[in-house]
Design a protein. Structure first.
Length: 318
């Protein structure tokens, strides 16, 4: 009997958890030829999420939970789940029911019968999302795929089922600044993509604002490509060439038509433009330097405050 670990990162999911638990246990009962564990990662929730997880772990021995000392982010939650899972196969899914639990049997079939190492999911549409958010999401995938050597599938979700071998490969990448969609692609392995129509949350509100998604996209680009640094160098070279051309133009114009005292607005525009380019390049360099600085600190990716095996007075540091 193979064991399947289902990792569920949670942040303020008290409304959605009862729906998710009911559905995931129904699917697990259908797949009774396999053993299950449900590993919930409480990412510093401020609502009643932790108390719900405590109650679930008491009434269902399959339920385990990890509670962080504060909010470390979804990436840390997924890493903690992978590191503490014990299954032969490991699934990652959200508690809001946007990841359909009923796809697990098909995903397991891909691993056991079709020889895949991973069964991953992608949305075929973005129904229910604001149009502006969908537009920028598509732009992000096109941009990052042109910059990186790994393919990140448009519409890819974190919802996937992996073999233990692939999980161990993911865990071997211990960088502090994590972008799991890129990491899953970077480690390789044979992946089957399953498509489904986008679903809206069953309850509660999304924790991902447009600004948070924008910052997350920057994290992904910086984590998997140095192309912005090359672009900055190219822009600097182009500006240098243009300045030489403009200088020659001014000299020729002065020799032919004289040098009237004009062009002040043009000069101001050029100065502002060049200053903006310099600040942009410095910002790109600063982002890479900041990420390198955080990596050199070697801080833990997460800190556990409580699990189903201990109380809040016993701290585990990972």
């Amino acid at each position: 009997m193979k064991k399947i670990s289902v990792i569920v990162p949670c942040y303020n999911e008290q409304e959605a958890l009862p729906f998710f638990y009911k559905e995931i246990t129904r699917i697990a009962d259908m797949m009774n030829e396999n053993e299950f564990e449900f590993l919930f990662v409480n990412d510093g929730s401020k609502d009643n999420t932790l108390n719900i997880l405590r109650d679930l772990s008491k009434k269902d021995s399959r339920v385990r939970y990890i509670s962080f000392s504060r909010n470390f982010g979804k990436e840390a939650g997924m890493y903690a789940g992978l590191e503490n899972s014990t299954g032969d196969y490991v699934a990652i899914m959200d508690a809001d029911m946007q990841d359909p639990p009923e796809m697990l049997p098909e995903m397991l079939k891909a691993l056991e019968q079709e020889g895949y190492d991973c069964a991953a999911t992608r949305r075929t549409n973005r129904k229910g999302e604001p149009p502006i958010r969908s537009f920028f999401a598509r732009c992000f995938y096109r941009l990052i795929n042109k910059m990186t050597t790994v393919e990140i599938v448009d519409g890819a979700r974190d919802f996937r089922l992996m073999t233990r071998k692939m999980v161990n490969a993911v865990l071997s990448l211990k960088e502090y600044n994590r972008f799991s969609k890129g990491i899953f692609s970077w480690v390789g392995f044979k992946t089957k993509w399953l498509e489904y129509v986008n679903r809206e949350r069953v309850a509660g509100e999304t924790k991902w604002s447009f600004w948070k998604l924008f910052l997350y996209s920057i994290e992904g680009i910086i984590a998997f490509t140095t192309a912005p640094l090359a672009i900055a160098s190219v822009v600097g070279f182009i500006m240098f060439v243009l300045s030489i051309v403009y200088a020659i133009f001014i000299v020729v114009k002065t020799l032919i038509w004289g040098d009237p005292a004009t062009g002040f607005p043009t000069l101001v525009c050029i100065m502002v433009f060049i200053g903006g380019i310099q600040l942009l390049v410095m910002g790109i360099l600063g982002q890479y330097l900041a990420k390198a600085y955080l990596e050199t600190k070697s801080r833990p990716i997460y800190i556990i405050k409580e699990t189903e095996k201990n109380n809040s007075n016993d701290n585990d540091y990972i």
